[in-house]
Ligand binder design. Structure first.
Ligand code: OOB
Length: 544
């Protein structure tokens, strides 16, 4: 690759230069990739949902027409737009249209509510917000209007579906116009972090690093033209989007099948009807699918690979995947910040059941360090720090946070406690972050505790992650309360949080009253003791 030539065209950082020279990053935008796929795969089906079936050519053409519509509606290159769409063909059209005009989509999850989106608005200052009219009974137009009145910078609310008062994705499309020339090394999309302390941070992924992410993932997972990928997890998440997910499948000419919810009823039906070969799940969903198999006789024989990641997958459940679902298992340990580890399809059963695999790229660097930042001896547990061609060097608009989230030499401090096996695979043992991984969805404890402490009756609140058979981890709020005020019940607490716009998954699953806090020898609250207590009383004040 001739760097001098590229530098004449675009601004390129020194790190990017190194990655280009090493052959990892290519000077091509995501919009250009779609145009190339349309050339190569033409009339093959690219994506289907319950009402739409788009060929590669149609996807390319319609996203060009939507790009023109967005420009006409006033969106400008360099702006951001929050995209909160469920799994649908529209999602793919919308993100490619935005990629093409250099408007950066912030990929929000359908389950997020006012508080979460407000925090994204604070960070990204979006010019547009793109929502469905309704999804799973929830009215997103009202949510959009509320946010628009709170954030006047949001000039347009675009609706996927029907609307009298706002522009819709369907009516927006118009004749193609010349599109801006974009730097492929610039940010193409903003993913949401799992959240460490406080609200999720925004993760800037460039056209070229994301293309490397899904392209290499597609290689490692051995996808090809006959791959039929079921998008069951919410597609704004890095796992179903680019590991290899939707984009990896499209890059090889496969077919993407959109599943609106990840439950087994819809998923099994689609696997059968569309002869799905690949899909990705978080561990709690695997358990649900496995138990559904006991009574659901829908034929799922076409499934050849189930990817499982996002949270620790226990080896006992892992063992049941192949016999019950009749497919191979792949463990995936990844993060929206970049690094993705996979077990390989031809690894031994031992490795696949008991490890979370190894990095997908020879350019990935991993250090396991102790509390002082020193590298731990081989085989011992340390915090995983990583750097590589597709791992970010900083969050979006978060300068002060970046000083602590990355090392001086550019490694991302993942907060995961990991050990390396003699064969070179990684096993996730825990994490140093204050975070709950509830069925793969990450809850930043520091975001919820202060909200609960605002209640008159509550003195102090400490939330802990409690191991849970169904969810992997559930959240338990311990509270000390003021003597003469009746503390809330779990139901009341949840209703209060819901009113503040906290989505259900972030509301505590369990509430326990404490009189005083158990302390460690250095005087910190002993969370281990709290977790044990919460486990000991698993049903005391849990909601049904
Ligand atoms: C994926 O991405 P995020 O950004 O939602 O969450 C990343 C965090 C990791 O730092 C780790 O704490 C946890 O989720 N995690 C796992 C895991 N995979 C992710 N913990 C244990 N075992 C695993 N297999 O979750 C994500 C991104 C790309 C692909 C897959 C998952």
């Amino acid at each position: 690759m001739d760097i001098e030539h590229l530098e004449k065209l675009w601004t390129i950082t020194d790190q990017q230069k190194k990655q280009i020279e090493a052959g990892y990053l290519r000077p091509k935008t995501l919009g250009d990739y779609l145009a190339q796929w349309a050339e190569e795969y033409g009339d093959r089906t690219a994506v289907i949902d319950n009402s739409t079936r788009l060929s590669y050519r149609q996807l390319n053409r319609q996203s060009n027409r939507l790009a023109a519509g967005f420009l006409k509606a006033g969106l400008k290159s360099g702006e951001t737009a929050i995209v909160q769409l469920p799994n649908s063909a529209s999602f793919v059209l919308v993100i490619f249209a935005l990629f093409r005009i250099g408007v950066v989509p912030v990929l929000a999850m359908p389950a997020q509510r006012e508080n979460d989106i407000a925090s994204l608005c604070d960070q990204a200052e979006p010019s547009a917000y793109i929502v469905p009219d309704r999804f799973l009974g929830f009215d997103y137009v009202s949510l959009g209007e509320k946010l628009q009145s709170r954030y006047p910078k949001i000039r347009s609310l675009f609706i996927d579906g029907a609307s009298n008062s706002h522009q819709t994705i369907n009516t927006l499309r118009t004749d193609p116009v010349p599109l801006p020339d974009l730097n492929p090394f610039n940010t193409a999309l903003l993913l949401l972090s799992g959240g460490t302390t406080g609200a999720p941070k925004l993760i800037p992924r460039s056209h070229s690093d994301y293309a490397y992410n899904f392209g290499t993932s597609a290689d490692v997972c051995e996808l090809n033209e006959s791959t039929v990928y079921l998008a069951a997890l919410p597609v704004g998440h890095n796992f179903p989007l680019g590991c290899p997910g939707i984009l990896g499948t499209l890059s090889v000419g496969g077919k993407v099948v959109m599943c609106r919810t990840p439950g087994s009823d819809e998923a099994f039906r689609l696997i059968n009807e569309e002869k799905v070969t690949h899909t990705a799940l978080v561990p709690p969903l695997v358990k649900l699918w496995l138990s559904s198999k006991e009574w659901d006789t829908t034929n799922t024989d076409s499934l050849s690979l189930l990817q499982v990641g996002g949270a620790k997958f226990d080896p006992e459940t892992a063992k049941r995947v192949s016999p019950v679902l009749g497919c191979k298992l792949q463990q995936v340990f990844g993060m929206a910040e970049g690094l993705v580890c996979y077990t390989r399809l031809n690894d031994s059963v031992e490795t696949i059941l008991n490890t979370q695999g190894r990095p997908m790229s020879s350019g990935d660097e991993i250090r396991l360090v102790d509390g002082n930042g020193n590298i731990v001896p081989d085989g011992e547990i340390g915090e995983l720090h990583t750097r590589g061609p597709y791992t970010i060097r900083g969050y979006f608009n978060a300068e002060s946070h970046n000083l602590t989230a990355f090392t001086k030499d550019g490694f991302y401090k993942s907060g995961d406690l990991v050990r390396k096996t003699p064969e070179g695979n990684y096993v996730v043992e825990g994490r140093v972050k204050e975070q709950i991984n509830r069925a793969g969805e990450k809850i930043a404890i520091a975001e919820i505790e202060p909200l609960i402490e605002k209640l008159d009756a509550i003195d102090e609140c400490v939330i802990v992650a409690v191991p849970d058979d169904e969810l992997g981890e559930r959240s338990c709020a311990f509270v000390t309360h003021k003597q003469n005020i009746q503390p809330p019940t779990l139901k009341e607490l949840r209703a209060y949080l819901a009113k503040l716009g906290v989505p259900r998954f972030k509301q505590p699953d369990q509430l326990e009253l404490a009189i005083s806090w158990p302390l460690t020898s250095v005087g910190k609250i002993n969370k281990k003791t709290l977790i044990e207590k919460a486990q000991f009383k698993p049903t005391s004040r849990r909601a049904g």
